[in-house]
Design a protein around this ligand. Structure first.
Ligand code: SAH
Ligand code: SF4
Length: 455
């Protein structure tokens, strides 16, 4: 069986794993072919864990900092990908001030520019009349167009909008905006941020953090494509800004509104792209003009179970909602459904999830995609309940997801009666359980399906 943190392109053991569990080859771009500076090159392993500058070996051999704290010394296991152009939203305060200095502009211009971006959601410096004419042209370099519209698909009477974007290197990512009448609970976890200009409506944006995903869950369209690359913070933040602009425009059904929730449940494993995801989260949550001012309680990070990074997330000091994609209570089945389980098995994942609750006080959402005759048996509901109750009461709830079958896959959704039985059993063990709705199924709803169709 493959280790999902091992590169099948260079590792003879991983290269011989069965179809469906191996990582698909990724687009490896050589730096020289695109003629970019070294700050645009990133070394990542097959999951997307980046080698930081601190990981550079003293003899020039780079080492990938793995999420478990170990390092992969072998250069052959790393791949080089070209990072997207640097955007204003990628930059820290110091970098922005340094950018101003380099252009010969006073430091206070950085604050003006941030107000245009984070408060007014604008990206065209040519229209910023509070900047001198010459400066407007200069600061354009900080606003490269990171997302190119490919297609928008509407479903559910226009209350679900799925957008497909092409990035600078032609890779595709998708992003889904869902709007709910106020009386309906948020279907994707987290607490609604109550600010809204359209008081009857809440809006949730599902963002992508990687192009593809290296974890390789066999029921997931994104997992089938393998990892292409990590998204930059700017590429994630731009998904959010675009959604805010669409919501503010009033052009969507249900009228104008604010963005209340952001969930990292689109393409990719957020904790494998930790640094960019945290930069993006800080920009999403920081008050204007440092960020968009979305409540951290309304932001959900969903993970397939990168245990050390769950611990890191708990230490960030933000009341984010953590969702753990469990999908099976037993290691035998979870090894197959979520290959990362071979590195961090169920017990370790649940211990880390419980630890997240203890540190943050935030109730954890256990995600469980219901797959017919695979993981939906009553005995598995009992097993799951025992595992959760063994770690205390009230610290987690279970969110059942009706499987959205990917074309040609053997995985299909559970029968209604099995779903109902599973819920009843969990509830009989006093586990709070919800069943997610099936938003946007007619627009290739499950993560990665729309991108897979256009690839
Ligand atoms: N990689 C992260 C977040 C992105 S996936 C994770 O796995 O948690 C977001 C959620 O969608 C996960 O719970 C994932 O298991 C689920 N998912 C993936 N493919 C699905 C499908 N075909 N039907 C239903 N849920 C799916
Ligand atoms: Fe990756 Fe999540 Fe899909 Fe698994 S379910 S392949 S972790 S995006």
């Amino acid at each position: 069986m493959s280790d999902p943190l091992t590169d099948p392109l260079t590792d003879p053991v991983a290269a011989s794993v069965p179809d469906g569990l191996a990582q698909a080859p990724v687009a490896v771009v050589s730096a020289s072919s695109l003629d970019v500076g070294s700050d645009r090159i990133e070394l990542i392993d097959s999951v997307g864990v980046e080698a930081s500058k601190d990981d550079q070996g003293e003899h020039g051999a780079s080492q990938a900092g793995h999420a478990d704290g170990s390092t992969t010394a072998a250069l052959g296991r790393l791949r080089r990908v070209v990072k997207p152009p640097i955007h204003w939203s990628d930059m820290g305060l110091d970098q922005r001030k340094e950018g101003m200095r380099r252009l010969g502009l006073p430091a206070f211009r950085a604050d003006q520019i941030s107000r245009h971006y984070f408060e007014r959601h604008e990206t065209d410096p040519a229209t910023w009349s509070d900047l001198p004419q010459a400066a407007r042209a200069q600061v354009m370099e900080f606003f490269p167009e990171l997302l190119h519209d490919l297609v928008d698909r509407l479903a559910d009477g226009g209350t679900t909008v799925k957008s497909l974007y092409r990035l600078f290197d032609q890779v595709l990512v998708e992003c889904v905006l869902m709007r709910y009448p106020r009386h309906a609970r948020s279907e994707l976890g987290g607490e609604a941020d109550d600010r809204s200009t359209s008081p009857g409506v809440r809006s949730t944006l599902c963002v992508s953090c990687q192009a593809g995903c290296g974890i390789g869950c066999p029921f997931c369209a994104t997992g089938q494509a393998g990892l292409q690359r990590n998204l930059s913070a700017g590429e994630i933040i731009e998904q959010v800004r675009r959604a805010i602009v669409a919501l503010n425009s009033g052009d969507l059904p249900l009228g104008a509104g604010n963005l209340n929730n952001v969930v990292f449940m689109g393409m990719g494993e957020p904790l494998a792209n930790y640094r960019a995801v945290m930069t993006a989260i800080r920009a999403i949550c920081a008050p204007v003009p440092a960020g968009f001012g979305v409540s951290a309680r309304g932001v959900t990070v969903s993970t397939s179970g990168m245990v050390p990074r769950i611990k890191d997330l708990a230490g960030e000091g933000l009341p984010l909602t953590l969702a753990v994609s469990l999908h099976a209570p037993d290691d035998g089945l979870r090894d197959e459904l979520v290959p990362l389980n071979r590195r961090w098995p169920v017990a370790e994942v649940l211990d880390a999830a419980r630890g997240y609750f203890e540190t943050t006080g935030r109730r954890v959402s256990i995600e469980y995609a219901m797959m017919r005759d695979i993981n939906d048996q009553g005995f598995r509901a009992d097993h799951l309940a025992r595992l959760l109750n063994a770690r205390g009461s009230g610290w987690a709830h279970v969110n059942l997801i009706p499987l959205n079958p990917t074309p040609g896959s053997k995985w299909t959704a559970s029968r209604r009666r099995d779903e109902a039985d599973f819920i009843a059993r969990l509830e009989s063990h006093h586990i709070t359980t919800t069943l997610r709705d099936t938003r946007g199924q007619d627009i290739d709803g499950a993560c990665g399906q729309l991108a897979a169709r256009f690839s």
